[in-house]
Design a protein around this ligand. Structure first.
Ligand code: AMP
Ligand code: MG
Length: 344
């Protein structure tokens, strides 16, 4: 398939290009578009064939459901059974990096929801995403626009590495601001269950709902045959070719350990900016200051992709804290590392 590449910097001046993207989606085609979390691989969420094409383009197992993207929180009414807590979350966090799982209405086929009776709903804040959904007039089903098993793409160049020739169009809208996928919550009888941490933190959710619990699989490896609350939890997701090892310990000990390891083999390191000068003879990917979790989130996936593109035999990163935005970094990194943590 020939993939058309377009760049949108001004949604008013370039509305014709976006209208063309919408018509591709209307005809059942696939369009990759930018969002504030990561790039999304979009298809018409109300059409069976579009969901099937998305799974094929990604090489994703078809029991891993897709998030549907809507232009305005109230549009969820047509596709899901909403409730009072949904609207409280919407008022606080939409548009933005929050996905809410709700009971599905018949307007969304089970091929989009991986066979489930629930549907994941998100209202993205990125102006290109918002305008595209508005022009379509139907929700866009979109998983991250990477091949299954690769890090989610946060730039059009990374999308092209995975999706060129597999989709009808790729829209370049610049780097994804947040850089990690949306926070996913499920509304339970007595509160919220956090299924995937992201840009909306537990502390922020707690301002809207007193009872927020973190699903086990966010922090721990699922036991064999354990059924996750969210199908995506059972997949490894991002897998660098070289093993990724997370180092836990005080910063000086971590640095000393890496320095000792570089004598034995070629190492790539996702380091803090302030460590750059102290580390020698290894391939460095500074992802932000130690206390700048937003920068670390923004740069994480690009750094993992780039580290994977080197000839390093092993990749090291700091084990992030489990609080605030750190929880989202922790969750992505422990999965990319297949839970390999080394205490130094
Ligand atoms: P991605 O599209 O790559 O951001 O991944 C979407 C994530 O949302 C996957 O991990 C899914 O398991 C999860 N998800 C989507 N729909 C549902 C649902 N109805 N119930 C639970 N989890 C869902
Ligand atoms: Mg994904």
């Amino acid at each position: 398939m020939n993939t058309e590449h377009i760049k949108i910097t001004d949604i008013v001046a370039e509305e014709n290009d976006l209208a063309r993207a919408a018509s591709i989606l209307r005809e059942g085609g696939l369009v990759v578009f930018p969002t504030e979390t990561v790039y999304g691989l979009g298809g018409d969420a109300t059409r069976d064939e579009a969901a099937k094409k998305i799974y094929a383009a990604k090489g994703r197992p078809s029991d891993n459901p897709l998030i549907i993207h809507i232009a305005n929180p109230a549009d969820a009414e047509a596709y899901a059974v909403t409730n009072e807590l949904y609207y409280r979350l919407a008022k606080a966090f939409m548009p933005g990096p929050l996905t809410v799982i709700l009971p599905r209405k018949e307007t969304i086929p089970t091929s989009t929801t991986g066979g489930l009776d629930s549907v994941a709903v998100r209202c993205p804040a990125h102006p290109v995403a918002h305008k595209l959904i508005e022009l379509c007039g139907f929700p866009i089903a979109a998983p991250s626009a990477n091949l299954s098993g690769k890090p989610s793409p946060t730039s059009a160049a990374h999308v092209a590495q995975d999706m060129d020739g597999r989709v009808d169009m790729i829209i370049d809208g610049g780097e994804s601001e947040i850089g990690l996928e949306s926070t996913i919550v499920k509304i339970a009888d007595d509160g919220l269950i956090l299924l995937r941490p992201g840009g909306i933190t537990c502390d922020a959710l707690s301002l809207v709902c007193d009872n927020v619990t973190v699903a086990d699989a966010v922090l721990h490896q699922l036991a064999e045959n354990e059924r996750p609350l969210s199908p995506g939890m059972k997949y490894r997701h991002y897998a660098p070719t070289a093993p990724l090892v997370l180092l836990s310990g005080n910063d000086a000990d971590v640095l000393a350990y890496i320095q000792q390891e570089t004598a034995a083999r070629k190492c790539a390191v996702l380091c803090y900016n302030e460590e750059f000068d102290a580390l020698n003879n290894c391939i460095l990917f500074p992802i932000g200051q130690k206390n700048d979790l937003a920068s670390q989130a923004h740069k994480l996936f690009a750094a993992l992709r780039d580290a994977d593109g080197t000839d390093a035999e092993i990749i090291y990163a700091h084990l992030p804290p489990q609080s605030g935005l750190g929880l989202a970094l922790y969750n992505r990194l422990i999965r990319a590392a297949a839970h390999t943590i080394k205490k130094v």
